[in-house]
Design a protein around this ligand. Structure first.
Ligand code: SF4
Length: 346
């Protein structure tokens, strides 16, 4: 008999399944979730307040499936920890744990590989294999909590893959993270980071959750964006921005935009002014990110150019910051660890 991964279930789904199939009392679901999501106990035998019978039923029908840690790199500079996880079918994914004084952020994957082939990204280079299941998405977070014996208080869907192309499973995992009876992570501490799939952004807006939206823009014209993000051919800049405007109208939430700065490509004063124009009448936050080492060989602009870009935005009233580099001494950019491992194996 194939055991079900208990991490695939949201609270209501688990409660109904246990009651309908095994006659397990409803309050038992609270106890089980408490052990897994609050106490970080991943073995049914250790759930001491469950009856012997309930534990036996759980063991015979379920597994609590965390991914295996294949490799771990820890930054000597700031503690940023990059994980290479192996899933039950042997596929590899990456997750990152980033430490700030007041918060710890888990950056998790939603797909094995990615179909979108952004030029600056190692994940895109390795192609797409499959979507992650709900349990595989949740499992990364729990595995990092277990490994470090900590409670992680922030979550970003920004690892390998495009979250909005695995919409159903991503939203189910958000429900699990957010549910007070499960992980109890405040919705405002959860961010979905996307390249911008307009119809899915609107769908997200319709769900009316308090979660944050972050959109990778990285360019100010279609000509420019086409060159680094092939998805722009399907969903041009103006459609992405229009969807973000709708999102903002419906949710009244500020949208974060990520903008990778690439030397001599999108880092000029003209680019900054075009960005100001794009964001006219919107409430936005702009994260400027000098580009990481990447497969296309793009280079970081000098500090002078980065400071100038930031200055233009701020003087025009746009909230913007240059994102502090984390884990610069490890392969912290998305997909590097997996790509290296795959080429080691080939
Ligand atoms: S940047 Fe994100 S969307 Fe683009 S190829 Fe990499 S993982 Fe996919």
């Amino acid at each position: 008999m194939v055991l079900k991964n208990i991490l695939d279930f949201d609270y209501e789904g688990l409660q109904n399944y246990l009651t309908e199939n095994f006659g397990i009392e409803k309050y038992r679901t609270d106890q089980i979730c408490d052990w897994i999501y609050k106490k970080r106990i991943f073995n049914f035998d250790d759930m001491s307040n469950l009856s012997k019978e309930t534990r036996k039923t759980l063991k015979e029908n379920f597994i609590i499936l965390l991914p295996d840690i294949v490799q771990k790199e820890i930054s000597k500079i700031d503690g940023t920890t990059k994980y290479l996880f192996e899933l039950a079918d042997g596929n590899l994914i990456e997750s990152v744990l980033i430490y700030y004084p007041s918060r710890t952020i888990a950056c998790i994957s939603t797909q094995v590989g990615c179909p979108l082939k952004c030029k600056f990204c190692s994940t895109g280079k390795s192609g797409f294999v499959r979507n992650l299941t709900v349990g595989e998405i949740v499992g990364q977070f729990l595995a990092m909590e277990k490994d470090n014996n900590i409670n992680i208080n922030n979550l970003v869907y920004m690892g390998m893959g495009e979250p909005l192309l695995n919409f159903g499973n991503v939203i189910q995992s958000v429900n699990i993270f957010n549910d007070p009876k499960m992980k109890k992570l405040g919705a405002r501490h959860i961010t979905i980071s996307t390249v911008g799939i307009p119809k899915m952004i609107e769908e997200l807006a319709n769900l009316n959750k308090e979660i944050r939206l972050s959109v990778s823009l990285h360019a100010t014209t279609n000509l420019q964006r086409d060159k680094i993000m092939p998805i722009n051919h399907a969903y041009p800049l103006e459609e992405v921005i229009q969807a973000c405007r709708i999102y903002q109208e419906k949710t009244n939430k500020r949208v974060t935009f990520e903008y990778i700065l690439i030397k001599g490509f999108n880092d000029s004063t003209e680019d900054a002014l075009r960005l100001v124009d794009i964001f006219k009448d919107m409430k936005v936050m702009v994260n400027l990110i000098p580009v990481n080492p990447n497969p296309a060989g793009f280079e970081k602009p000098s500090k002078k150019f980065v400071d100038n870009f930031l200055d233009v935005l701020v003087k025009k009233g746009i909230d913007a910051v240059v994102r502090a580099e984390k884990g610069s001494d490890i392969s912290a950019a998305c997909g590097q660890l997996r790509l290296r491992r795959l080429s080691d194996l080939s």
